[in-house]
Design a protein around this ligand. Structure first.
Ligand SMILES: Cc1cc2nc3c(=O)[nH]c(=O)nc-3n(C[C@H](O)[C@H](O)[C@H](O)COP(=O)(O)OP(=O)(O)OC[C@H]3O[C@@H](n4cnc5c(N)ncnc54)[C@H](O)[C@@H]3O)c2cc1C
Length: 304
């Protein structure tokens, strides 16, 4: 008689939905609601963009040409699996008349601006500043045992060995107008698709207590993907970007005297207070102990 192999079927544990009157309630209980919502929004967002492209008869190739990038970059960006969930969570949605972008209790700027703040901090005989000096032009002259804090794009440091990370950047167009007040607020967003710029900044509104006379300066902001020749502004952070960044992060271990810091070095979206917090942490945990006690440089959450 032929031997029969007993097949043991593994049954997946079925979670009971009993006691839940809504799907949301069930997902919340399973700790999955946020993840499901983000995935659904990403699917809808990508679908809406594709539908809008169809309606306007814009091909992926055409969109790539307009955005000065490649067709494969566009396909990557339109893939819902690639869209990072924080694209959705980064935009504040409020059902109130609060028109501020940030939700922090306190907001502020250094009294005389960041430039003045840093000028004063760097005003020491122990600090030398070399402007217009590309790190890659002088890299070979830096002794291997001297600590370096690298704040440029992390993929450029490794000559893009594990791929080019997705970066976005902005171009600004300046105009001086013969009016006292152009738009009544510091930033106005333009979401219409037939307007090429995304925002207009009018800086006089950041300091309403100052007097600027009867002229005003505005900057129109145009968004685009960054190329290798640009100094990028924001990480796009798709799923494959995150994967590539992790590879760069692992490769950083081979450079024990280099600390990768800031928004470009750690491929993170940072606001000013977070960038300053990360720099102070890096000093406290890594650079300070290295100078004081000769401790090896550490890779931390703030700087890799
Ligand atoms: C358009 C724009 C608007 C913003 N608006 C706000 C806002 O309203 N509120 C807010 O809180 N934050 C805002 N931010 C974010 C804030 O500016 C950043 O978080 C902060 O500047 C990050 O500091 P950082 O030191 O990490 O990087 P950076 O300020 O970018 O400093 C990195 C430095 O490294 C230098 N560098 C790079 N590569 C090389 C190289 N190869 N050789 C030599 N030097 C190199 C760069 O020139 C630069 O000076 C904005 C950012 C941008 C781009």
């Amino acid at each position: 008689m032929a031997k029969r192999t007993a097949k043991v079927r593994k049954r997946k544990a079925v979670r009971s939905t009993a006691g839940f009157s809504t799907l949301d309630g069930f997902l919340k209980d399973q700790g999955k609601l946020e993840e499901f919502e983000a995935t659904a929004i990403k699917e809808v967002l990508a679908w809406q963009i594709i539908e809008a492209m169809k309606a306007k008869n814009i091909s992926r190739k055409g969109l790539a040409e307009r955005m000065k990038t490649s067709r494969s970059q566009i396909s990557r960006l339109l893939d819902p699996k690639e869209l990072p969930a924080d694209i959705i969570t980064r935009l504040p949605v409020r059902y109130t008349f609060n028109s501020r972008y940030f939700s922090d209790k306190y907001e502020g700027l250094p009294l005389n601006g960041y430039a003045e703040l840093f000028r004063k901090m760097a005003d020491s005989a122990n600090i030398s500043i070399y402007l217009d000096c590309d790190y890659f032009a002088v890299r070979e002259q830096i002794p291997a045992d001297k600590p370096v804090v690298y704040t440029g794009p992390v993929d450029r440091f490794f000559d893009y060995r594990f791929g080019v990370l997705g970066w976005r950047m902005l171009d600004f167009e300046r105009e001086v107008l013969d009016v006292e007040d152009y738009q009544g607020c510091a930033v106005l967003n333009y979401a219409d698709e037939d307007v090429a710029f995304t925002r207009i900044h009018e800086f006089r509104h950041l300091h309403p207590e100052r007097s600027y006379g009867d002229k005003t300066v505005i900057f129109r902001e145009y968004s685009r993907l960054a190329g290798k020749a640009d100094e990028p502004h924001y990480p796009i952070n798709t799923v494959s970007d995150k994967r590539a960044y992790d590879t760069y992060r692992a490769a950083a271990v081979a450079w024990p005297n280099v600390v990768f810091g800031g928004r470009l070095g750690t491929y993170r979206y940072l606001d000013m207070h977070q960038a300053i917090g990360a720099a102070l942490n890096t000093w406290a945990q890594t650079i300070g102990p290295h100078f004081r006690e000769g401790a090896p440089l550490k890779r931390t959450a703030a700087a890799i």
